[in-house]
Design a protein around this ligand. Sequence first.
Ligand code: DAT
Length: 173
Amino acid sequence: MRQAPNIIVTGTPGVGKTTHCESLAERTGLRHVSVNQVVKDKQCHEGWSDEFQSWIVDEDKLLDAIEDDVAAGGCIIDWHACDLFPRSWIDLVVVLRVDSSTLYDRLKARNYAEAKLQENLDSEIMEVLLQEAREAYDEEVVIELTSNTSDEMESNIDRIEAWVRQWKADNSQ
Ligand code: DAT
């Protein structure tokens, strides 16, 4: 039995996953697990893809690398995919959403190449990550939150923090 819940914060690049996770970790004491960082640090990849401008993730290696940490509970997993994690590991899946124009500005500020920018905008418009989350997890585990403004982010953090508190109360022996 976990002493603290495991949460995935997912969504298209630029929606605000890292910003949310860092703030949440500070507020809740849960650990921010940046999958990007784990993939790089623990070499859970099969090399770099020039086409996608990202690491080609070896999912088995990644799951092995984080398994012990996640089994202990209290992880906030920050990653633009969620369906690779076993359902039994995860207590809440937060899918962050943003308006296209906001996402465009954020990705532009990151100097994304036009093709990659467009691919991510399409993915956000088509709700790819939301669908993935809904297919991979039970309905009540998945929540969709908007992340266009700092006020929305504040309210998201408050809401998730309250959820963590409730989870701990419900699961204490
Ligand atoms: P991700 O980890 O999903 O790629 P991020 O946390 O790095 O996204 O955020 C991308 C940029 O957008 C970064 O400059 C912070 C800003 N940002 C994120 N969420 C925001 C919000 N709700 N309101 C205003 N700016 C936000």
